[in-house]
Design a protein around this ligand. Structure first.
Ligand SMILES: [Zn+2]
Ligand SMILES: [Zn+2]
Length: 430
C-alpha cells in the first residue's frame, strides 16, 4: 500500500474564531468550506504546503465532532492518508488483522471515499483512509476544460439560466456508438479508464408567470460504488449553482423532465434526515411524459439501470407529478417536442419568445461533438430514430439560428449550429 498525507483534521468550536486565528497567526487561508451531511460536520479547508488542515465544526449535537469536543475539547482529531484504491487498502488491512471502524468506504468531503481505522489499532491515532474523488476534475489530469459557471441568456421576454450539477464520466465507446474512437478521441480524449468527461446542466427558464427548471442532474442519492464507476464529481453541484444564480429550491414553480434517466432527474427527489424520499423542490409541480413514465415503470433488462424508482416514484406518491403527451405546453412559449431515439418518448424542450427560439436538446445532442447526424450514442434504444430526427432538426436549427443547450457538454453550455461549405460547427453562446 502506498499512502501520502492528505490532511490533518482538527476539531474546532466557533468557526469564525478558529479560522481567524489560523489566518492572523499562521497566515493560512480557508480556500473552501464543505458541509458533509453524512458526518454532520462543516469542514473548512486550509492548504498548508502539500497537505491541508481540515477544521471540523459540528453541525448537530449528535455529530461525532460534537461528542469529541464534549469529551476532549478542541484539538487534533484525525490524520488522513490518501490511497489510490480504498477497497484494496481496506482488504489488505483487514487481512493483517487491523481493526476498522467502517465496513465499507463512505462518501466524504470533496467527493472522496473515506474509511476510518480504529485508534486502538493505530497507536492511538484516528486514521482516515481517503480515496480522492475519481474521474474528471479530481486528482487526475483533466482532458477538457470544465465549465460550471451559471450562464444567463435573455431570449425575447424570457430569461434562460444554465446551471450545473457537477460532472461525471461515461465510457467513450458507449457515448459514440458505432463511431470509431480514432474519429472522436481528439475532441474528447478519454481518461485511463476509457471514460470521457460529461456535465449535468439543468436549465432554468424564467417567465413573468413562472420559474421552470428543466432536468436537475443526478442529485445526491448515488451510492459510493456507482459514484466511482461514473466518476461522479459533484464538489460543485446544483445547490451551489442555484445559489450562484441567485435562486433557491423554493423559487422553482415547475420542474420538467426531458426523460426519466437518473443523470437527468436524480435531483428531482431528496432524502430527508429520517430517510424518507421527498420532492426536492418543495413548491414545485413536476411534469413528465406519459409514455416515458410507462417505460420507466415497466423497465426491461436493457434500460433498467437507467430508471431508478427513487427518482420518480416519490413524486407520484406525493401527488405533485403531472403526466403529459407530445407537444405539451409547459408554460406559454415552452413546449415538449418528441425526438424519440434515445428512449421511445425522449423529449427536447423548445423555448420561443418574440420570434427567437432556443432548444434544450437533452440526450439528442448530449455534447457538441455529437453534432454530425450519424454520431449517435450506443445508449440509444432506437438509434435510427435518433438519426432521422437529427437530420431534419439540424437543417431547421441552422436555418433558424436556434440557440442549442448541451446538457452533457463539459465545456460548452449553449451554442448556435452553423454550416459553411458543407462543414458544421457550433458557435459558443454560453
Ligand atoms: Zn438518457
Ligand atoms: Zn443523459
Amino acid at each position: 500500500m502506498k499512502v501520502r498525507l492528505d490532511h490533518i483534521g482538527i476539531a474546532i468550536g466557533a468557526a469564525d474564531e478558529a479560522t481567524a486565528w489560523y489566518r492572523d497567526r499562521l497566515g493560512l487561508q480557508v480556500t473552501h468550506v464543505e458541509q458533509v451531511e453524512s458526518q454532520q460536520v462543516r469542514a473548512h479547508f486550509l492548504p498548508a504546503g502539500g497537505a491541508m488542515l481540515e477544521l471540523l465544526e459540528a453541525t448537530a449535537p449528535s455529530s461525532p465532532i460534537a461528542r469529541f469536543l464534549e469529551k476532549r475539547g478542541p484539538g487534533l482529531h484525525h490524520v488522513a492518508l490518501a490511497v489510490d484504491d480504498i477497497h484494496s487498502a481496506m482488504a489488505e488491512l483487514r487481512a493483517a488483522g487491523v481493526r476498522l471502524i467502517d465496513d465499507a468506504p463512505r462518501p466524504g468531503a470533496e467527493g472522496a471515499l473515506v474509511a476510518f481505522l480504529h485508534p486502538s489499532a493505530a497507536g492511538g491515532v484516528l486514521v482516515e483512509l481517503k480515496q480522492p474523488a475519481v474521474g474528471v476534475g479530481a486528482g487526475r489530469p483533466q482532458t477538457v476544460p470544465l465549465f460550471k459557471t451559471p450562464g444567463r441568456l435573455p431570449l425575447g421576454d424570457l430569461e434562460l439560466v444554465t446551471l450545473c450539477d457537477g460532472f461525471f464520466a461515461l465510457d467513450g465507446g458507449a457515448m459514440f456508438g458505432t463511431v470509431p474512437r480514432t474519429l472522436w478521441e481528439r475532441s474528447l480524449p478519454p481518461d485511463d479508464r476509457h471514460r470521457i468527461p460529461l456535465s449535468m446542466r439543468p436549465l432554468v427558464i424564467r417567465t413573468d408567470a413562472a420559474t421552470v427548471l428543466v432536468d436537475a442532474g443526478c442529485g445526491d442519492k448515488m451510492d459510493a460504488k456507482s459514484a466511482a464507476i461514473y466518476g461522479l464529481d459533484r464538489r460543485y453541484h446544483l445547490d451551489h449553482s442555484l445559489a450562484d444564480a441567485g435562486l433557491s429550491v423554493e423559487d422553482i414553480d415547475i420542474v420538467v423532465a426531458s426523460h426519466l434517466h437518473f443523470d437527468h432527474i436524480g435531483g428531482f427527489t431528496g432524502r430527508r434526515a429520517d430517510g424518507q424520499l421527498v420532492p426536492r423542490f418543495p413548491r414545485a409541480r413536476y411534469v413528465a411524459h406519459r409514455g416515458e413514465w410507462h417505460d420507466a415503470t415497466h423497465p426491461h433488462e436493457r434500460n433498467r439501470a437507467s430508471y431508478l424508482p427513487e427518482n420518480f416514484q416519490p413524486l407520484m406518491d406525493a401527488g405533485v407529478l403531472t403526466l403529459v403527451d407530445d407537444e405539451a405546453e409547459i408554460v406559454p412559449g415552452v413546449r415538449y417536442r418528441r425526438s424519440g431515439g434515445h428512449t421511445a418518448h425522449h423529449q427536447v424542450l423548445t423555448i420561443t419568445s418574440q420570434a427567437r427560439t432556443a432548444v434544450f436538446t437533452a440526450d439528442m445532442y448530449p455534447t457538441t461533438v455529437h453534432i454530425p447526424d450519424p454520431w449517435v450514442m450506443g445508449y440509444d434504444l432506437y438509434p435510427v430514430d435518433t438519426l432521422t430526427f437529427k437530420r431534419a432538426f439540424a437543417r431547421e436549427a441552422i436555418a433558424r439560428e436556434y440557440v442549442l443547450f448541451f446538457e452533457h457538454d463539459a465545456s460548452m453550455a449553449a451554442g448556435i449550429l452553423r454550416e459553411s461549405g458543407g462543414k458544421r460547427s457550433v458557435e459558443r453562446v454560453l
